[in-house]
Every structure is written in C-alpha cells, then in structure tokens.
Design a protein around this ligand. Structure first.
Ligand code: ADP
Ligand code: X15
Length: 411
C-alpha cells in the first residue's frame, strides 16, 4: 500500500466536498509546436483525476508547469484548457496568473464542480530553482494560495523528482493527498524498481535532458548491463568521445551548447568509467533536401546539419542487443519521432522490444506517445509511464522529493 494518503482518504476526511476547494498539481508539460501545445497521454491520464474531483463536487484549482524559462516550450497554459476539455465533461476556466489578489478572487468565486487552471507555475519566480521543501513552503506563492484552499493533491508523479514550490511547498501547509496518477505510477514504478532480473538489463537513454541521463548512469551502472545512448543526449556523449558533433549550429536552438558547458566534464568521466557499458550511435540521420539522409559517425568531418535520429545501422544494432535482453527500460526518444522520417530509431527499438520476451518499461511524457503514434500495442510493453526522469529515478532507489513530502505529511 502507498505510505501517503490518497483521494480516498480526502473523501473520508471531507463531509461536504461541495464546500471544499482543492489545489490539484498535475503534470501536463507537453511538446509545443509553433507555440501550440500538443496533446499527449498526460492530459487524458490527469483528466480522470480532475473528473473524479469535479463529479464529487470539489472546487478544483489546477497547478501545472510548461517548458523551462527561455525554452521554446515555455508558454502560457491558456492553450492547455482546450486539450484538457477533450477528456472532461466540464469546462476548464483559466486565469493568466499564478497567485495574488486576482487569483484569490477567482478561487473564491468558484462553485461546486468547477475547474480553474492557474498560469504556468514556472512564470512565478518562487517556483524555481529547486530548494528545500521548507524554503518553498515559505514563498509568497505557497503562502498566498494556501489561504484560499482546503487541501492539496499532488498528481504530478512525472515531476516528483523536482523540488519546486508547487510540488513540495504545500504539504506542510495543507492536508495533502496523492492523486490517482501519482498513486498508480508510484505503485508501478516502485514495484519495478524492486524487481530483480537474471539476464541482461538494457537501458536506452535519449531525449533532450543530459542531467537526467547522467544521474541515471551514475546510479544504475551497478545494475544495468548496457546503456544504449541516442537523442540529443547521445550526441553530447559522442562529442565527449571526440566526434565533431553535439553543438548547436544555429543560435535559434539551444539543445547542446548550454548542456555541454555544464555537463561536459561529468560526461567525459562517465564515458571513461563506464566505457564497457555505454554504446553510442555509429550513424546518424539528418534532413537533406526534405529527405532522410544518413552518415556514419566515423565519416563526420564537421557538423553542418542538425542530426535528428540515430541511423539505420545503429537502430539495427540496438535492436539486436534488445533481442537478447531480459529487461529493457526506455527513457527519452531516440530521435525526433514526431516527424515520421526521424521516427525510425524510436520505432525500430520499440518494435524490437514488442517482438521480444523481455520485461519492458517505456517512459517519458513525450517518448511514450510514440507507441500510439505508430500504431504499436501498449499491451506489448509491461509498463508505459507518462514519467521519464521520475520513473527512471524510481529505478535507482533514489527518493522522489515530491513523494517524500507527501509521505511525511501523511504520518
Ligand atoms: N536528435 C534530436 N534532436 C532534437 N530533438 C530530439 C532528438 N532526439 C530526440 N529529440 C526530442 O526529445 C524529446 C523527448 O525528450 P525528453 O523530454 O527528454 O524525453 P521524455 O519527455 O520522453 O522523457 C522528443 O520530443 C524528441 O523530439
Ligand atoms: O516532462 C517532464 O519530465 P520528463 O521529460 O522526464 O518526462 C516533467 O514535466 C519535468 O519537466 P522538467 O524536466 O522540465 O522539470
């Protein structure tokens, strides 16, 4: 049983839901294309928690983040209301602020069953950077909102590894509970983290976030036999192995340079220390005149194009490793799978998993979308998580700070 209180306990604790305002933290952080948020499984999964609360009569005030300050995906949550409403039989109202008088007025004006989405929490300076939960509890953001609600529910398992105000500041201020996504993802990933495997354990690590991958390798090198690297992170590791790639070729993107500046030393030391466990791409794919083109890593003289996927040779070699594995964990897309021409690496690896008898987990708010996009059967995977960094940290046995503060306040 989870050692935190759930919505079942909230219902037991509440004799009049219609008079109660609950602050529900969800994670609907999603890909953004041309400034427009794209649907993904997170919306549908969190909508079930929202619907349950609305049907019970609670006034539900939603907190969520989108992107990172300065990044292309860092936008207002206003567009997220329409996507959420696709999965709800109630309206989602929106206010373009995170806390303060206007928000307090809007919260106090809600009625039983209403859903009100506040603005992107990362537009509030109290949200970032990570800090001790007690520090985050004393921010104006937490202090202000706590006065106008009766309880806090954290449903954002996929952000539970972040010590941000909206994720760790409220449990010391309010009666706190786990939402349904938090409950199910916690159960599944904790159980997986305790499993033992007799044969080869393989992890494919990709996507865009180097620090997540670095943490995972440092913590799981003793229990994972092979790390197959890909995505933006894989290209940074190629740079650390002296391949002339892994940097931004235009000032319009910032996928590589900042991450390299902050992480190059630790990437190099990981490559040295775990060279026998880490496999890097041997070929990469890019866009040439609107078509997919590939190049062997050994043939790259200089980077003049954006590499968008692992090449076919790499994909086949990764599929071969997966075929013989006892367990495979996927975190982060192997390429820009949202574009079919550059989905080959992600699809090939997922197909190899589906065709094998291995125990498998596919994680990542973005990556898990690929299963549905390319008509694969979710039943071919043992667990498909809408979390990426959080689920993979659960495998390391590292506590998830957002879960720990829920537990501590449930005692
Ligand atoms: N080579 C690449 N260049 C640019 N983006 C990439 C590349 N490979 C993967 N991606 C992007 O990585 C994103 C997923 O990264 P991330 O958010 O770290 O993973 P997840 O959310 O699945 O944990 C996808 O949206 C995909 O487009
Ligand atoms: O998408 C998320 O994590 P993920 O990419 O590991 O799935 C979470 O919303 C956390 O976002 P963050 O990595 O910008 O803190």
């Amino acid at each position: 049983m989870p050692s935190f209180d759930t919505i079942d306990t909230l219902n037991d604790d509440t004799d009049a839901p219609a008079e109660k305002r609950v602050l529900l933290r969800v994670d609907i952080n999603s890909p953004v294309s041309d400034g427009i948020v794209q649907d993904n499984r997170r919306f549908e999964r969190h909508a079930r928690t929202i619907q349950e609360l609305s049907n019970a009569g609670y006034h539900t005030i939603l907190l969520a983040h989108q992107g990172r300050p300065g990044g292309d995906a860092f936008i207002s949550l206003e567009g997220h209301t329409a996507v959420l409403e696709k999965y709800l039989d109630c309206e989602v109202n929106f206010i373009d602020d995170t806390h303060g008088k206007r928000v307090a007025k809007a919260i106090n004006a809600t009625e039983s069953g209403d859903v009100l989405l506040l603005e992107n929490t990362r537009m509030c300076e109290d949200e970032l950077p990570e800090a001790d939960p007690n520090i985050k509890a004393n921010t104006a953001f937490v202090q202000s909102l706590s006065k106008h609600v009766d309880a806090y529910i954290n449903d954002a398992y996929s952000s539970a590894h972040r010590s941000h105000a909206s994720l760790v500041g409220f449990p010391s201020m309010l009666p706190s509970y786990a939402g349904r996504v938090m409950e199910t993802e916690y159960h599944a990933n904790t159980a997986i983290g305790q499993k033992e495997f007799d044969g080869t354990v393989v992890m494919t690590l990709g996507g865009t976030k180097a620090t997540d991958v670095i943490d995972v390798i440092n913590n799981l090198a003793g229990s994972v036999d092979r790390f197959l690297l890909d995505g933006v992170v894989g290209e940074l590791f190629l740079r650390a192995s002296n391949v002339p790639v892994g940097f931004d070729i235009t000032s319009e993107t910032d996928r590589y340079d900042a991450q390299w500046k902050h992480n190059s030393k630790v990437i190099k030391s990981i490559l040295t220390e775990h060279s026998d466990q880490i496999t890097l791409a041997s070929d990469l794919a890019y866009n040439e005149a609107g078509e997919r083109a590939e190049i062997a890593v050994d043939s790259i003289i200089e980077k003049s194009v954006s590499f968008m996927d692992i090449g076919t040779t790499t994909a086949e070699s990764y599929a071969e490793v997966i075929r013989d594995a006892d367990a495979v964990f996927v975190k982060g897309a192997l390429g820009v799978f949202e574009t079919e021409a550059f989905a080959k690496g992600t699809v090939r690896v997922l197909e190899a998993i589906a065709d094998s008898n291995c125990f498998s987990v596919v994680g990542g708010g973005d990556t898990s979308r690929a299963i549905g996009m390319y008509d694969m059967n979710r039943a071919d995977f043992d667990h498909v998580s809408i979390a990426g960094g959080a689920y993979i940290r659960a495998l390391t046995g590292q506590p998830l700070v957002g879960v720990e503060v829920l537990k501590s306040e449930s005692i």
